[in-house]
Write a protein that binds this ligand. Structure first.
Ligand SMILES: NC(=O)c1ccc[n+]([C@@H]2O[C@H](COP(=O)([O-])OP(=O)(O)OC[C@H]3O[C@@H](n4cnc5c(N)ncnc54)[C@H](OP(=O)(O)O)[C@@H]3O)[C@@H](O)[C@H]2O)c1
Length: 336
């Protein structure tokens, strides 16, 4: 049997190019005692992957040219000589950009069995995976969400943001989402639990935040950084919390990467908090979040949005869609 895999061919200078990757076809080795073979069903696509290609982002080993591109996936065990994994198990973990994974179950792979919830297996990478957990712990633990809070969310129609509106609503808070198109804004209010939406490409963001939240905001869930973050800081209420989840507007644009915030003083003036977080620090609590969110999905309180391309060869295209603002919801690629 053969395995197709994408390896790093060049480090991106600014925008990622399809030619930064090379497709290789290799033999799948025989499964040895203590290992198992996974057929990959879906691969996750996330902005941080650009940094895997550059320096590892401090969370992954820095890839060398020719190395398998990293990333999480969900797959089915098709052969096993490992005592903890059986043929037919659905698993989630570090699969890399390839069609088959030979796994020894060691901590490196962070491989775990996916609970069958009657939903597409893709949800194990989206709302019931790292993306959903980032929304959940970002809002509830870092954002210390309280009933009645006024919440502002950037990249609200992206993977993480698309869960935050409903998660806020479930706890009796109101969220306003920022997105780049009218279609995305409509989705936010019609499907994703947002109380209101702001098209930051066409509307005056500051005025629109004042319109929705004249008394200011209690939680800002930041996925984009730079200018939008600066505007949000100017709107903080007393004891507000700023959740530094990500800053995608600064990942590609070199000029933007050193953006100077002008509203820092609003943190001190409002006794506010601003905190970053790394989702894997909450790993022990993932099962609790997964169970709770699955229940909310069943009860119709939490909807989720996925944007699925097909074919391993489309992984670079899918990664670029995040930076081109094309994805709606969690970006995934169906591999088989
Ligand atoms: N702290 C953690 O542990 C952790 C874990 C996972 C993810 N994250 C971070 O969370 C954020 C969301 O991740 P995700 O995987 O769900 O990605 P995502 O939100 O789906 O990212 C793509 C979206 O970002 C927005 N965007 C892209 N370029 C932009 C720009 N120049 N300015 C403003 N918005 C831009 C676009 O939405 P619009 O079209 O609406 O602008 C786009 O659809 C990212 O910053 C990511 O790095 C952090």
């Amino acid at each position: 049997m053969k395995n197709n895999r994408l390896v790093l061919a060049a480090r991106p200078e600014n925008r990622i190019k399809v030619s930064d990757f090379k497709m290789e076809t290799v033999d799948i080795p025989n499964i040895k005692e203590g290992t198992f073979l996974i057929k990959v069903l879906y691969l996750s696509v996330a902005p941080v992957m650009k940094f895997y290609m550059l320096d590892g982002a401090g969370i992954e080993k820095m890839l060398q040219i020719g190395d398998l591109m990293g990333g999480r996936g969900v797959g089915k065990v098709v052969e096993s000589k490992h005592q903890d994994f059986e043929v037919g198990d659905i698993v989630q973990g570090k699969c890399g950009w390839q069609e088959y994974v030979v796994c020894d179950g060691s901590p490196y792979y962070m491989m775990y069995k996916v609970r069958q919830r009657g939903l597409s297996y893709s949800t194990a990478l989206g709302v019931l995976g790292m993306t959903g957990f980032t929304s959940y712990f970002g809002l509830y633990s870092v954002g210390e969400l309280k009933e009645g809070d006024a919440v502002l969310v950037s990249a609200a129609a992206g993977g993480v943001g698309s869960n935050v509106g409903n998660l806020a609503k479930i706890k009796g808070a109101r969220a306003i989402g920022l997105a780049s198109t009218d279609d995305k804004c409509r989705l936010l209010t019609e499907t994703l639990g947002y109380y209101g939406a702001i098209n930051y490409s066409t509307e005056n963001v500051s005025e629109r935040i004042d319109h929705y939240f004249p008394d200011g905001i209690d939680v800002y869930f930041d996925n984009v950084g730079a200018k939008i973050l600066d505007i949000a800081l100017s709107k903080l209420r007393r004891y507000a919390r700023v959740v530094c989840c990500g800053r995608i507007s600064q990942y590609n644009d070199v000029q933007n990467s050193d953006y100077n915030l002008t509203n820092w003083h609003k943190i001190g003036a409002n006794c506010a908090k601003m905190q970053g977080f790394f989702i894997y620090d909450y790993e022990k609590e993932f099962p609790k979040a997964e169970k709770e969110m699955a229940q909310w999905i069943n009860e119709g309180k939490l909807s989720f949005q996925e944007d699925v391309l097909k074919g391993l060869e489309n992984m670079p295209v899918a990664l670029n869609r995040l930076f081109e603002r094309k994805n709606i919801g969690k970006q995934l690629v169906k591999i088989s």
